[in-house]
Write a protein that binds this ligand. Structure first.
Ligand code: MSP
Length: 537
């Protein structure tokens, strides 16, 4: 089908600050989007999956200085780390935006002009607090709340992350965010699923109900940013720049006819996936910016929780972050579980709306129980039996086999619908449960039907064919359903069953219908897909 005839599905990750190498937390967020992008491609959507790097602002400028580089040199040196990791983790992004690219400069400058024309911009001066690690302004009131928690030297500390704040006094342009309170509340009323999961909506709503302050959107005390086109001593506040990336990447402010067509087709985005720490930027500031310039609003913002690790001294779960020095490098998990085991653990064992404590012990447990002992074992048993009893092949299919009742067929009927509902809500743990139900049932079916006994009796040859065919058919369906999470091993399973051509389906519902197996084709036994891990590594 021509791509443009399919419905568009535009999904984005936050763009990551280039102050440090990517870690498990950033990889987690990117993977959440990747699984959705793969699922949507398989379900017939024309997907655009965007990720990238947030390269401006004080934090990045300071990181560059600490490494003795110019900010641009520093960002250029970091880009391969991000791109390389996404490639290694099988992230299938279609675009990678960097905010230092000309397309972003052009878009941000156009935003300034449109903001000025909208009447929601004015010049003033900012006098208040600023958290550099979070690139966020705080008012005197917000800071006062944390007075009692002043740092050792009596510094003011960030009410969000607890790190010391800077006092900023500078000339600045302001965006009249305060004018959007009613319209934002109306948006939340009319689109209760704008923010997901739903409990996050309450948090956003009460923040807006509490009243909105105008937002300082330009800075004059340093220069690492996009210049305001009509007042060049100002550079754009990094969030005002960064949020626009989503629209830039689909052609905002690009006058070329193809870009205009792309923008009309792709904007608004269907889903911005973000961490819960940046929900206000995405659910308050970003929609208000779009309202101000008269552009459509994104359909959904999905906020995930943090990956946490247990602090061995205090016993408390802490957010994994570079500044706390408690990050686990993705490479350590890849080495332990392989890329597909890594993806499976983070996508199915972590609850996506909440904070989740992760541990190597749990990773090993999930890998061994689900992948080595259940899914991997099922595949190898079924392929081995097929090869052994049917001369290296899938048995020839018997008349009417697909309509014959059996316990696996019963579970498989309608399985894609049950799974799709969970996938669309980004509830990958529940989607996995739908698939694992069939995997577990198939493992029991092997035991219950005892094909090794049936094989000894020539009078039961037809029965043996059906047992093996039912198993292989279940495996074929599970491989399709696991593919968004574990693309390589699913493709490998299909290849071993002589179905390599099926792996890139664009009609998952049809692919998962009971009865799609090909009979008589060669089977490849191959090595274990998920070799069992020793309990401690
Ligand atoms: N540059 C901004 C985003 C701009 S989007 C227009 C930014 N960057 S960030 O690199 O600090 O964080 C990006 C995302 O990574 C955030 O959504 C954040 O929640 C996520 N994570 C960072 N550490 C994390 C964990 N420990 N766990 C899960 N996600 C975390 O904010």
């Amino acid at each position: 089908m021509d791509q443009t005839e399919k419905p568009s599905f535009f999904i984005t990750t936050p763009i990551y600050y280039v102050n440090a190498a990517p870690h498990l937390g950033t990889a987690y967020c990117t993977m959440l989007c990747d699984v959705q992008a793969r699922y949507r491609r398989a379900s017939g959507y024309d997907v655009k999956f965007l990720t990238g790097m947030d390269e401006h602002g004080q934090k990045v400028a300071e990181a560059a200085e600490a490494h003795g580089m110019t900010p641009q040199e520093w960002c250029d040196s970091q880009a391969p780390l991000f791109k390389g990791l996404w490639e290694q983790l099988e992230v299938s992004n279609d675009d990678f935006i960097r905010t230092t690219e000309p397309r972003q400069t052009r878009a941000v400058q156009r935003l300034w002009e449109r903001m000025r024309d909208s009447g929601y911009l004015y010049k003033g001066s900012y006098d208040g607090w600023y958290c550099v690690p979070e690139e966020t302004y705080f008012t005197e009131n917000q800071v006062r709340k944390s007075d009692e928690e002043r740092g050792a030297e009596g510094q003011h500390l960030c009410p969000d992350c607890g790190r010391p704040l800077e006092r900023v006094q500078e000339e600045s342009y302001f965006f009249k965010l305060s004018a959007f309170q009613d319209r934002l509340l109306a948006l939340y009323d009319e689109h209760p699923d704008f923010v997901q999961p739903s409990f996050r909506m309450n948090e956003v709503r009460s923040f807006v109900e509490g009243g909105l302050q105008d937002l300082s959107v330009s800075r004059t005390s340093f220069d690492w940013g996009i210049k305001v086109p009509f007042d060049e001593k100002h550079v754009t506040y990094v969030w005002f720049d960064a949020l626009l990336n989503y629209a830039t990447a689909v052609g905002f402010a690009d006058e070329a006819p193809e870009a205009k067509a792309e923008y009309a087709r792709r904007w608004p985005a269907q889903c911005h996936v973000v961490g819960k720490d940046i929900i206000r930027f995405h659910c308050v500031i970003w929609p208000a910016m779009l309202m101000a310039i008269g552009e459509p609003l994104p359909e959904h913002v999905f906020a995930h929780g943090f990956l946490t690790v247990r602090n061995s001294e205090t016993g408390q779960a802490e957010k994994m972050s570079k500044s706390r020095g408690n990050v686990i490098a993705p490479a350590d998990v890849v080495e332990r579980l392989g890329v597909e085991g890594y993806r499976y653990y983070f996508m199915t064992d972590v609850t996506h709306g909440e904070d989740s404590a992760i541990s190597f012990e749990r990773m090993d447990q999930v890998y061994n129980a689900d992948l080595a002992n259940s899914w991997g074992n099922l595949v190898s048993r079924a392929l081995n039996m097929s090869a052994k009893y049917f001369d290296g092949k899938v048995p020839e299919l018997q008349e009417g086999w697909a309509a014959r009742e059996n316990p696996l067929r019963e579970i498989a009927l309608g399985i894609e619908g049950r799974y799709a509902e969970k996938m669309e809500a980004l509830d990958y743990a529940a989607a996995k449960d739908v698939v694992m139900e069939l995997v577990h049932a198939a493992n029991h079916y092997v035991e219950d039907s005892a094909p090794w006994t049936v094989a000894k009796d020539p009078a039961r040859a037809g029965e043996l064919v059906d047992i093996i065919v039912n198993l292989l058919e279940s495996i074929r369906i599970c491989a399709h359903l696991f593919a968004p999470i574990m693309p390589e091993t699913s493709a490998e399973v299909l290849r071993r069953m002589g179905l390599a051509g099926e792996a890139e389906t664009e009609d998952l519902a049809a692919a998962c219908e009971w009865g799609g197996l090909a009979g008589g084709v060669e089977v490849t036994k191959g090595d274990a897909l998920f070799p069992r891990l020793a309990t401690k590594k």
